[in-house]
Design a protein around this ligand. Structure first.
Ligand SMILES: Cc1ncc(C[n+]2csc(CCOP(=O)(O)OP(=O)(O)O)c2C)c(N)n1
Length: 605
């Protein structure tokens, strides 16, 4: 274990003294207060930065480069905290997670060409999960667009399919307003990523225009309340249901409707299932909670979905990892679907009672129309029985390697309820969602729709900064990563060290890209093509090479101590847990199969 101090600019006396004396160029960390004082807008770039400030932006994640340099130069005068990431993909994931935790759009920046294309994975990820992100990309000067200029990419073309909307800035006088609009649009209605492409001549051109507050486009007016007659009809259906289930999706959290949704469920005694993005919308230790449904969801959630006669779905797009085969999804149920995006109604699952509007507002509308709660006592008892029948359980013989589920539970026990968990993608992600008891919204930060390996570490960086800026410096941030996922973005550890960010990475290391190995064993006759690493770096030593602290854990009796020490360390740390490489994720519903047919072991698939 290294005792090495985290490098900070202040640690080097000569640098800080000469910076104060103005003898050497200053880094962004060394800017004086006078330098970050608000200055008049003089250029397109300063108008862009002023638009961010007017929108209340406090942080941005990015990587410098030629075409975005004017914007960075304007950021020099701003108090917006910029975190220089190792890779633009990291910037987009950090911005995404920052936004998830803070409940406002996260901001990322990149230069043209490779900078912009490196953002694409994070934008696609945010788009699939309806996460609010604003991306600002540099572009070659307007008169060179289309000439295959150095680092020219058609960023608008490349990002159109993976953004909620994107803009090509064409005028220094309006570029600030455009950025404000893109910010507002990202967070409004159904959230999503927006992008403004900024040609260098536009950001360098003179303008004195101070854009006003961020304003959404006049043409975008999401419907907030559902039709009152439709609400009445849906309320009657809920009153008369015998086996109702509330299905809370990520939209409940994004709409800040958690309190309203919880109260509705509890007041009316309706069992709650969540989707994976909806984890945290309802406390998982509540009697009514059946946790999350879908491919690796709990047996009892999938049983409830299979047998319910009325599914009241809120803020979910019925992703195929949730539904399995659409034809066999909730086969006995009528469906009430509350969603702010009318395009989601009956897209994947037919809605018998469509209610378009904001999750919280529509739940309130329905509640106001309810004359009595459904008589669901027997159904609640049935759901509790399923919980007993299909518990989330695993065997942990002491003579076998450490089980990953044990590690997740040990972390959960050692940390407060408001701990933020981020993950990569694979088996470890599933164990982190299955064996941790989530009680609060915005504590589960993961990549759902796109399933992006490498999301976890940069997301932890974004989540850490969000918590710090919200005054929660003591809040714990844990990233559960797979060895494969960690290898995809582990360079961001350099950022966590540089910024002295208190995060703990728990690598559930099976020396496999485990989820692929699990599928090969189940569906490809064990032909393990390109699934085994054969060797892996020593992640604890790698952490120390980065300037973080590292531990290696091979046995059960090392788990608690390593967790305690890592949590006590005020800075980034990595624990390399060498877990049972043969462990698989169950329950499992095979792709496209009915949710009721969940397997509890490979021979049931
Ligand atoms: C960027 C990316 N590439 C490929 C995949 C396909 N994939 C899904 S899970 C998985 C294995 C993940 O391995 P690891 O991060 O070690 O986690 P484990 O499953 O072993 O817990 C792969 C390759 C993906 N989801 N994302």
């Amino acid at each position: 274990m290294s005792e090495r101090a985290t490098p900070t600019p202040e640690a080097d006396d000569s640098t800080s003294e000469s910076a104060e004396a103005g003898e050497q160029p200053r880094t962004d960390e060394q800017r004086t207060e006078a330098e970050v004082e608000e200055r008049p807008v003089t250029t397109g770039a300063s108008s862009v930065v002023r638009a961010l400030e007017n929108a209340g932006v406090e942080a941005a994640f990015g990587v410098q480069g030629g075409a975005i340099m004017p914007v960075y130069d304007a950021l020099y005068d701003s108090s917006i905290r910029h975190v220089m990431m190792a890779h633009e993909q990291g910037a987009s994931h950090a911005a995404d997670a920052y936004g998830v935790v803070k409940g406002e759009p996260g901001v990322c920046l990149a230069t043209s060409g490779p900078g912009a294309t490196n953002l694409v994975t994070g934008l696609a990820d945010a788009n699939m999960d309806s996460d609010a992100v604003l991306a600002l990309t540099g572009q070659v000067p307007s008169d060179m667009v289309g000439s295959d200029a150095f680092q020219e990419t058609d960023t608008i073309g490349v990002t159109s399919p993976v953004t909620k909307h994107n803009y090509f800035a064409g005028d220094a006088d309006t570029v600030g307003d455009t950025v404000g609009e893109a910010f507002a649009l990202a967070g409004m209605g159904r959230p999503g990523p927006t992008l403004v492409d900024l040609p260098k001549d536009i950001t360098q051109a003179e303008t004195g225009r101070d854009p006003g507050p961020a304003r959404p486009p006049k043409t975008y007016n999401p419907q907030m309340e559902a039709d009152t007659q439709d609400v009445k009809v849906a309320a009657r259906a809920i009153e008369n249901a015998e086996k109702p289930v509330l299905l809370f999706g990520g939209g409940v959290i994004k709409a800040n409707a958690t309190e309203t949704a919880r109260k509705f469920a509890i007041d009316h005694g309706i069992p709650v299932v969540t989707t994976m993005p909806g984890i945290g919308s309802f406390p998982e230790d509540h009697d009514l909670c059946l946790s999350w449904a879908g491919m690796h969801g709990t047996g009892y959630a999938n049983m409830a979905i299979t047998h319910t006669d009325l599914l009241i779905a809120v803020g979910t797009r019925f992703d195929d990892r949730l539904t399995g085969g659409v034809d066999t999804f909730a086969p006995e149920a009528e469906v009430v679907h509350i969603d702010i995006d009318p395009a989601e109604i009956s897209k994947n699952v037919h809605a018998d009672y469509p209610l378009v509007g904001d999750a919280g507002r529509v739940i309130d509308q329905v509640d106001a129309r309810m004359e009595h709660s459904p008589d669901a006592r027997e159904w609640r008892e049935q759901c509790i029985q399923w919980k007993e029948e299909y518990p989330m359980d695993y065997a942990a013989p002491s003579d076998e390697p450490v089980k990953p589920q044990f590690v997740v539970e040990a972390f959960d026990e050692a940390t407060p309820d408001d701990t933020i968990v981020t993950t990569g993608v694979g088996q470890h992600q599933m164990w982190a969602s299955q064996y941790w008891t989530y009680r609060e919204p915005r504590t589960w930060v993961s990549s759902h729709g796109l399933g992006t390996m490498g999301y976890g570490l940069p997301a932890a960086i974004g989540a850490r900064l969000a918590a710090d800026q919200m005054g929660d410096e003591d809040r714990t941030v844990i990233c559960f990563d797979g060895d494969g996922s960690f290898l995809m973005t582990m360079q961001e550890l350099s950022v966590a060290v540089r910024e002295n960010m208190d995060i703990t990475v728990a690598v559930l290391n099976n020396e496999y890209i485990g989820m692929v190995r699990q599928w090969q064993d189940a569906f490809y006759e064990g032909r393990r093509m390109a699934a085994e690493y054969n060797w892996c770096p020593e992640f604890d030593r790698l952490a120390e090479a980065f300037g973080a602290r590292g531990w290696r854990v091979d046995d059960y009796d090392q788990v608690a101590e390593a967790i305690e020490e890592a949590l006590a360390y005020d800075g980034p740390s990595v624990i390399d847990f060498h877990i049972d490489p043969a462990e698989n994720v169950y329950p499992m519903v095979a792709s496209g199969a009915p949710n009721g047919l969940f397997a509890l072991s490979e021979d049931q698939l």
